[in-house]
Structures are given as C-alpha cells and as structure tokens.
Design a protein around this ligand. Structure first.
Ligand code: AMP
Ligand code: MG
Length: 323
C-alpha cells in the first residue's frame, strides 16, 4: 500500500480550497472530490464526469456530528446507524439544511451524508474541515475506480491531484439508506450489508426503492465495462461462455482459480468468497476490457451480505445499453 505523506494531504486540502478536484481514496471506490460548498467546484465534478446535473452527490464529512449542520432534522435512527457504521461504507439521506445547495443535491430537499472509513480520506476531511462532494472518479456510466491508477487513466488532467491510498478495501459503493421519510428505505445496496442495517434498526427495510429518485446508480445500465456482461447460474459460467465462443467472438469467463477454463476462453480470476468478489469486481471489468473481449460471463452469487450489492452491480453491468 502506498504511503500518503502529510505533505500530500496538505496539497489535497489546498486544491479543495481553491475549487479544484482531487482523486480521493475511500474504502468503497476512489472519489472525485470537491468542496461541497463551492458551487463552481461542484459543477466541475458534473462536467468532468459527464453526469447530469440533477443527479445528487454524496457529501463526505469527517464526523457524525456534522449531520446537524447539513441536515435540518437528524432522527434517532441516523444516530444509531452513524455510531454503528461510521466511519464506513454507509450513506444516510436526511432532510437538507441550507448548507446543502441545489448544486450538490440536484435540487432535491434531501442531502446524502457519509463519513468514509479510509485513513487518507479522513485525514483530508479533518484538515479541510468542511463537506466534500465525491462521486466515483470515473466518466458517467463507466466502471468505478478502485485504484489510484484507474483514476489517472480515466480522468487524466481533468483531475488536479490524485492521492494514492492503495486498492479500495470494500470495492463497491456505499449502502444508501434514506431516513428522510416515514419509513427507512434502502436506495442502493452497498458496502454495509442490509442485514446489518436491519439489526441496528431492529426492523426490516424494504429493498425496493419506494419512490422515484434521481440517482445514477439506479439507472438500469450503469457501472458497465465496454465488453458485454452476461450472467450465468452458479456453476454455469464456463458452459455458457463456451456456447458463446467462436464465430470470431472473444469470450471471457470470470471464475475462481480452482475452476478449469478450457480454450479458447479467456480466464478472469475472481475470489471464491463474496467479499473478495466485491473487492475485485470492478478490476475484473477492467481486465475484460484490457483483454479486448466481446463478452465476459460471470456467475451470480447469492444475495446475502455483500452479495446483494454485487448482484445489483452485475445486473446493471449486464443490462441493455442505450448507446
Ligand atoms: P454516487 O453515484 O456513488 O456518488 O452516489 C450518489 C447516490 O447517492 C445517488 O445515486 C443517490 O442514490 C444518492 N443520493 C445522493 N444525494 C442524494 C439526495 N440528496 N437525496 C437522495 N439520494 C441521494
Ligand atoms: Mg459512480
């Protein structure tokens, strides 16, 4: 893992203060960070990503007590979830205070907040002493970066500084729980298993978004590599890939090391456990593109624990593309 020096933390804070963009390591994926209270800087995020300006951004803060300044009312559930999972891969959606601008919330009356669990992100947030808007540091609709070199490769000079915090430990985006309405809602499965959220709240929460919200992560096709992604039943990936291979089509199959991969398939190796799969998933998408395959076949894991987030990302990667 790279060592990030105090000088580079200070340099990142200086970039944020002057309205620039920083590639920021978090435990979920690398973020494209800007001062959440600088409207021009926030607009730059949207421009660089090519993200529609009505899609809201998550505001990252250094500590849970910041909820009181970004939200008008902080329900007891928010405090319980924050003390259980922050710093960590959980985002809470609350009624916004005037501190959260239309630019950052996409004009919605809510704000999304998270205290990230990566030491470099936390060091930057503490030194910056403000909110940092940070969607994933990739062009809109494409694969989220889980290493500093992914950010540089995707965004080049559009990002002013990239901090290297090593490979992301979780590998999929945060779990988003909306606490702004009468019922807690799961807006996106992610790095905290929904079962763990339910345990703390001592209630079941609906896995289906209960109302329409503008959320890029909820588009049918998202998080997608250039290669086509095809889902297979557990144990069925190699057979499905073999059936597709030939006729000039280059086909990859993503399976654990123990599974034999016959010619002419390209083998993409994935961890056998679901937490490992979450961590490596976006890297596997990138490897499929580097190998210039037409299609990558992967088996769908069970939906327990991080499996729910992995299945969600796989379905979106496999969804029909509009372009
Ligand atoms: P990301 O694409 O990882 O930056 O996550 C952004 C996601 O956070 C969006 O897709 C929404 O699901 C959620 N989100 C962010 N801000 C808000 C908000 N103000 N209200 C509701 N959801 C939000
Ligand atoms: Mg993203």
């Amino acid at each position: 893992m790279e060592v990030t020096s105090p000088e580079s933390i200070a340099a990142a804070v200086a970039v944020l203060r002057r309205g620039g963009l920083v590639g920021l390591p978090t435990e979920t994926v690398y973020g494209l960070a800007a001062d959440a209270e600088n409207e021009l800087a926030v607009r730059r995020i949207f421009a660089v990503k090519g993200r529609p300006s009505t899609h809201p951004l998550i505001v990252h803060v250094a500590q849970a007590s910041s909820m009181e300044s970004w939200a008008t009312s902080v329900p007891p559930e928010a405090h319980r979830l924050a003390s259980a999972f922050w710093p960590g891969p959980l985002t809470l959606v609350l009624k916004r205070s005037p501190r959260a601008s239309d630019a950052v919330t996409g004009g919605q009356d809510t704000v999304a907040l998270r205290v990230p669990g990566h030491p470099v992100a936390l060091a930057v947030l503490r030194a910056f002493d403000g909110g940092v808007a940070a969607p994933s540091a990739n062009r809109f609709g494409r694969v989220s970066p889980t290493r500093a070199e992914h950010v540089r490769a995707d965004l080049g000079s559009d990002v002013d500084l990239v901090l290297d915090g090593g490979p992301a430990r979780v590998g999929v985006e945060s779990t988003i729980v909306d606490l702004s309405g009468d019922e807690p809602l799961l807006l996106r499965p992610g790095g905290v298993p929904v079962e763990s959220v339910e345990k703390v709240l001592e209630r079941r929460i609906s896995r289906v978004p209960g109302r329409k919200i503008r959320a890029p992560g909820l588009l049918p096709s998202h998080y997608a590599p250039r290669a086509g992604v095809l889902l297979a039943e557990p144990g069925g990936a190699v057979a499905k890939a073999l059936a597709l291979a030939g006729n000039g089509r280059k086909v990859a199959v993503a399976v654990p090391e123990a599974v034999e991969v016959p010619e002419p398939l390209v083998a993409l190796r994935i961890p056998a456990d679901v937490d490992g799969l979450a961590r490596e998933l976006y890297t596997v998408f990138r490897l499929a593109d580097e190998a210039k395959v037409d299609v990558a076949v992967i088996s769908v894991p069970g939906e327990e624990g991080l499996g729910l987030a992995v299945v969600d990302r796989l379905r979106r990667a496999a969804a029909p593309r509009s372009s």
